[in-house]
Design a protein around this ligand. Structure first.
Ligand code: ATP
Ligand code: MG
Length: 206
């Protein structure tokens, strides 16, 4: 056998294998027929929960569909994404709780009141008939400290419009929220530069 025909035999075998794989994949894709608004949870100790949510917002904005972001806990900070999204102010609504971290404020009653206001805003956004995606950034933290009732929050999320996508971020997502979620991504902290003494840097952390 010549080297040439060896080569074309290998090519033919490869093409047949890929054709079989494509048939399997096409059948698999064709079997997925449901379309629905997803409840997505980004949790875990690693970096990327909020940035992945912002990536989804960008993807939806690219489809020219309205997105709302409500930030819990954080808000005293200015973040790069908030400035970037100002360029989409016709499609994007941004609401920050407007108070610092709880360990900065050390005022539980004030934190709870601020979380309530943010949650009321979230409910108002969920009631919008035109909204495609709602991002509830760091909502898990508010649930963790019992600033909001997990049962109440999950019930409201489950009662939302059927085609509304919701993204919830924050460490320690409570079991009731995980149970209700369609998608759960757990960020794993394999390595973080903070441990090596690198401070939070503009354009990376904020
Ligand atoms: P990001 O906003 O960068 O996507 P995140 O939403 O996953 O981060 P948060 O728990 O909201 O993480 O924490 C926000 C800040 O804490 C960010 O500045 C982030 O870089 C930092 N951070 C996240 N994970 C770790 C970690 N494992 N160790 C130290 N700092 C971290
Ligand atoms: Mg975050």
């Amino acid at each position: 056998m010549t080297e040439q025909s060896d080569h074309s035999d290998a090519n033919a075998a490869w093409a047949a294998k890929m054709a079989r794989r494509k048939a399997v994949q096409d059948a698999e894709v064709a079997s997925k027929t449901i379309e629905k608004g997803l409840l997505m949870v980004h949790t875990g100790p690693g970096k990327g929960k909020t940035t992945a949510a912002m990536g989804l917002a960008l993807r939806m904005l690219g489809r020219e569909r309205p997105v709302a972001v409500v930030q819990f806990i954080k808000g005293a900070w200015s973040t790069g994404e908030r400035f970037a999204f100002q360029r989409f102010d016709d499609l994007l609504t941004w609401h920050s709780m407007g108070e610092g971290f709880t360990w900065e404020t050390q005022d539980r009653a004030r934190d709870i009141a601020a979380c309530r206001r943010a949650w009321d805003e979230a409910l108002a956004q969920m009631a919008r008939p035109d909204l495609s995606m709602l991002i509830l950034d760091e909502l898990c933290i508010a649930l963790r400290y019992d600033y909001l009732s997990a049962d109440e929050v999950v019930a409201a999320l489950q009662a939302r419009r059927a085609d509304l996508h919701v993204v919830v971020t924050g460490r320690n997502a409570p079991p009731a929220l995980l149970e209700a979620a369609d998608l759960i991504t757990e960020m794993q902290a394999t390595r973080h530069p903070f441990k090596a003494g690198v401070k939070a840097q503009e354009g990376i952390e904020f």
